[in-house]
Design a protein around this ligand. Structure first.
Ligand code: BTN
Length: 241
C-alpha cells in the first residue's frame, strides 16, 4: 500500500481547513484531530465534532481533471462502507447505519480552469457517542449506538486508509466506471421515493440510477432529471433515509 503520512492534532478548527493551510505537503497526507472547534459540513452546515469521533482530511494530488473531483467523495464512501459492516451510502456522501447517519464526507478542491492543484477529502465518523444534541438525534447515530461496542480511533483510521487506498488507486488508474457497480450496490438511495431540496424549492422524485459521472438520476413528474451532488439535499419521504 502507498504510504500515508498521518499528522495528529488534539484540536483544530477544521481538519479540512488545516489540510488546505498545509496544501504544499505531499500527496496522501492525512490531518486528524481529536476535536474540531469549527467542523464543517456540506452546504455550509456545521459538523458536530466532539471527542467521540474520527475527524480526518486526506490531502490528495492526483493527475485527474477538476471535473472528476466529486468522484473522490464516492470513493471515500465506498471505503467507509468497507470498514463499517452493514452500512450503506445515502447518495452522495452520507454513510448510514440502521436508518441514521454515522458518517459524512466533505470533498473540496483547489484548481484553475483545467488544472487541479489539490483535493481535500474530509471524513467525519461518529464512533463512540452515547448520545447526540437534541437537534441531531433524529438523524445522527454512532457506531457505538448501533453495535454496542466502542471503537479505537487509530485502529479505525488504519483500516479506513487501507480500504481508501484500494478504491482510490483503482479510481485514479481506471476511472470511476470500474467502481460504479459496487457503488450502486451500496447506495441505499436507489429505488427510493425521495424529496429533492434545492434551496427553498423541494419536489418529489424516485431515485433510479447513478450515471457514469456519479450523478443521481431521478424520475419526477416532469420527466427524468440529473441531480448534481453540489446543489441538493436528498431526503427520504418519511424521514432522513
Ligand atoms: C456532511 O455530511 O455535511 C459532511 C461532513 C464532513 C465532516 C468532516 S469531519 C473532518 C473534516 N473536517 C471538517 O471540518 N469537515 C470534515
Amino acid at each position: 500500500m502507498k504510504k500515508y503520512n498521518i499528522i495528529f492534532y488534539d484540536c483544530v478548527d477544521s481538519t479540512n481547513l488545516e489540510a488546505k493551510r498545509n496544501s504544499q505537503m505531499e500527496d496522501r497526507t492525512v490531518f486528524t484531530a481529536v476535536t474540531q472547534t469549527g467542523g464543517r459540513g456540506r452546504l455550509g452546515r456545521k459538523w458536530f465534532s466532539d471527542e467521540n469521533g474520527l475527524w480526518m482530511s486526506v490531502l490528495l494530488k492526483p493527475d485527474i481533471s477538476p471535473a472528476q473531483c466529486s468522484f473522490v467523495t464516492l470513493v471515500a464512501g465506498l471505503a467507509v462502507c468497507g470498514v463499517i459492516e452493514n452500512s450503506g451510502i445515502k447518495w452522495p456522501n452520507d454513510i448510514v447505519l440502521g436508518s441514521k447517519k454515522v458518517c459524512g464526507i466533505l470533498t473540496e478542491m483547489s484548481s484553475s480552469a483545467e488544472k487541479l492543484n489539490y483535493i481535500v477529502c474530509g471524513i467525519g465518523i461518529n464512533l463512540n457517542n452515547e448520545s447526540f444534541p437534541d437537534e441531531l438525534s433524529n438523524i445522527a447515530t454512532s457506531l457505538y449506538l448501533e453495535t454496542g461496542g466502542k471503537t479505537d480511533r487509530e485502529m479505525f483510521l488504519n483500516r479506513f486508509l487501507s480500504e481508501f487506498e484500494f478504491y482510490y488507486s483503482r479510481f485514479v488508474e481506471n476511472g470511476f466506471s470500474c467502481l460504479a457497480d459496487e457503488y450502486r450496490k451500496k447506495c441505499i438511495t436507489l429505488g427510493k421515493d425521495v424529496t429533492i431540496i434545492r434551496g427553498d424549492n423541494s419536489y418529489p422524485a424516485i431515485a433510479v440510477d447513478i450515471n457514469e459521472n456519479g450523478e443521481l438520476i431521478v424520475e419526477t413528474e416532469n420527466g427524468t432529471e440529473t441531480v448534481l451532488s453540489g446543489e441538493v439535499s436528498v431526503r427520504g419521504i418519511f424521514g432522513y433515509v
